[in-house]
Design a binder for this molecule. Sequence first.
Ligand code: GTP
Ligand code: MG
Length: 301
Amino acid sequence: MEENNTEKKFRSASFSWYPGHMAKTKRHMIEDLKLIDLVVEILDARIPVASRNPDLAHYVKNKRQIIVLNKSDLADENSTNDWVKYFRNNGINAIAIEANSKKGINQLLKLINLVNTDIQKKYKQKGRIGYVTKAMIFGIPNVGKSTVINSLSGKKTAKVENRPGVTKQKQWIRIADNIQLMDTPGMLWPKFENEKIAMNLAFTNSIGQNAMDTEEVAFYLLKLLVNNYKSNVESRYNIVIADDSNLLNDNFYIVELRDNIAKNNGCIVSGGNIDETKVSNMILNDFQLGKFGRITLEKPE
Ligand SMILES: Nc1nc2c(ncn2[C@@H]2O[C@H](COP(=O)(O)OP(=O)(O)OP(=O)(O)O)[C@@H](O)[C@H]2O)c(=O)[nH]1
Ligand SMILES: [Mg+2]
């Protein structure tokens, strides 16, 4: 059967997800890691697989590591608990937090202090007195690294904004007499052996808007949501969605649904046509702001 235009358009996601400056950031990161005692990797609780760096384990072999599931206010609570258990079962310290409301920050601070006690002991045994532990805050763009640092230090030293690429340079921030944290620019690593990972990073606003086709990304997000969180979409947009899995996987039906959502929400250009950009941005923003409720896109096996 011949492929029609709609199918062609949405067949593959194509965006330049790996900007040139990332290669340089990666080189600096590998160099900086040599100084580091503890790596705190910040993951997005909605996408713990896509937001995790696949190579980090290789570089932090002999270092202490903590995994932080941030933005857990936007993720499904049960799934977040499952993820914390999953990491702990694999021998990794893990904790869920909401950095901007500071929920869980005290527990994270306690965990860092606990690990630091160990690190300090090691240096003391080697005769190093007054050593300052160096911890690196690591993670994909826009995951909340700078927010975590500000919450931990109780100061607004690190710049925070809701777009990827805000932190341009590393910055040291002291959180205790013998601990300093390094804030780092968001790091996207080439690992997209499948498009699903790239899409999940786009849905959660870790890939810059300029590097992706907003309409394509919003289409896939809507398709994913109606297949997994149908009632959340129905109540957000006050629409009825078919109870038929064939239809929910039919791209024509998803486009029809998107157009209905556009009409109901004033996303219309003159002449009565659908404003595809406006409706696409609305769907993406609604997801990123948690307007569909708490949603986790990746579950532990
Ligand atoms: N809902 C929610 N938003 C958060 C949370 N933590 C941070 N944010 C928001 O996420 C956005 C990005 O936060 P940043 O701290 O700038 O993220 P970053 O990882 O430093 O980003 P880059 O420096 O660009 O790599 C901001 O709008 C924060 O307010 C959280 O726990 N929940
Ligand atoms: Mg930052």
